[in-house]
Design a protein around this ligand. Structure first.
Ligand SMILES: NC(=O)c1ccc[n+]([C@@H]2O[C@H](COP(=O)([O-])OP(=O)(O)OC[C@H]3O[C@@H](n4cnc5c(N)ncnc54)[C@H](OP(=O)(O)O)[C@@H]3O)[C@@H](O)[C@H]2O)c1
Length: 326
């Protein structure tokens, strides 16, 4: 079977595709034939060595997959060959076949295709955890989403609308804002040529937004914080811009604002039962049409480096998967 291998930390162009012996399920495991491997910003951070966890090389990136079970260990009775499943793998997903603990594979309902199944779990769990559990977003709140044409940004728009918020999407290009509008955003700001704070204030009749969802960081952070109204909540998701901003605390004191950190990955590992519940809930909401993850664009596995480069250089719009069958 073939898999993508990171032989040395650095730029994604260093990734190689290797032919390796096939995998067998160990005790308690199943083997999944991957139909789609979600490509996430965190994969690029693992490959460059910039993520908080640094796996030893060589390793295979790929943090979420969907596919078909093709083998099960004798002690596994919950899954059988032919079952469609998806899973968060953190590493190893960019591969034709993946062996993983059966408990980590979630049965996929027929209403969700492999592409969307390989791309919603991280982004939607993050968005629901951040907006509902941390920011307590409620009906009628005004939500400003930065990086709104990227993976977690689009999920935040969809989740924000499902929670009854009015959503302002902010991004750097027409294509990304069009994707954000298609995902349900009520209004848009192009922060490459519109002043973020002033436009957000204008769009909320001068009151300011209730919640900022920020996966970008950098220079956008201070104007986004200043766009918050009374009791506004600033949700720190990530620093895709590469720059960790410093926030002036006087702007937090003013208007009784709060700044909230979100580390869904750590929370999901500390509370696996609660995270399983969150995933089931999101799957039901997708099945019921309450949430509608966008269909990703698929690339062959040998394009992994190019696809990660597109993410790093802000060219990617929406979600992307690798399809080992292409
Ligand atoms: N805290 C958590 O639990 C959690 C969970 C999932 C992801 N994250 C983090 O959230 C961030 C976004 O993840 P994602 O999967 O949504 O990534 P993505 O699909 O690549 O989207 C990130 C967006 O950030 C913006 N951006 C601005 N400057 C950038 C730069 N220099 N390079 C790349 N993007 C830049 C881009 O939008 P514009 O071009 O429109 O500015 C891009 O669409 C990452 O840092 C990731 O690690 C955190």
């Amino acid at each position: 079977m073939r898999k993508v291998v990171c032989v040395q930390l650095g730029p994604p162009e260093g990734l190689v595709v290797e032919d390796v012996p096939d995998v067998d399920p160990g005790p308690g495991q199943v083997v999944v034939a991957v139909r789609a491997a979600g490509v996430n910003f965190v994969d690029a951070l693992f490959v460059s060595g910039e993520y908080q966890i640094k796996p030893p090389v060589p390793f295979t990136p790929g943090s979420e997959i969907a596919g078909e079970v093709i083998a099960v260990a004798p002690d596994v009775d919950l899954l059988a060959p032919g079952d469609a499943v998806f899973a968060t793998t953190w590493l190893g997903g960019y591969s034709e076949h993946v062996a993983l603990d059966a408990g980590r594979a979630v049965l996929l309902p027929p209403s969700i295709d492999f592409g969307r199944a390989a791309t919603f779990s991280q982004s939607y769990c993050t968005a629901v955890f951040a907006l509902r559990e941390r920011a307590h977003l409620t009906e009628g709140d005004r939500l400003l989403v930065l990086g709104a044409g990227g993976g977690v940004g689009l999920a935040a728009i969809d989740v924000g609308k499902a929670l009854g918020a009015e959503v302002i999407a902010a991004a750097s290009s027409e294509a990304k804002l069009a994707a954000a509008t298609a995902a349900g955003a009520d209004s848009t700001i192009d922060y490459t040529d519109e002043p973020l704070k002033e436009r957000a204030r204008e769009l909320t009749d001068g009151k300011g937004v209730d919640v900022v969802f920020d996966p970008v960081g950098g220079d956008l952070a201070v104007p986004a914080l200043r766009a918050l109204g009374n009791f506004g909540r600033y949700v720190v998701i990530g620093f895709a811009s590469g720059a960790i901003p410093k926030l002036p605390l006087n702007q937090v004191l003013l208007r009784n604002r709060s700044v909230l950190g979100v580390d869904w990955g750590a929370w999901s590992m500390q509370h696996p039962g609660a995270n399983d519940g969150l995933i089931s809930e999101i799957v039901s909401m997708i099945g019921a049409g309450v949430l509608n993850p966008a269909k990703p664009v698929a690339y062959p596995m040998d394009q992994a480096g190019k696809v990660l480069r597109d993410l790093i250089e802000r060219r990617a719009v929406g979600k992307v998967v690798l399809d080992p069958g292409l």
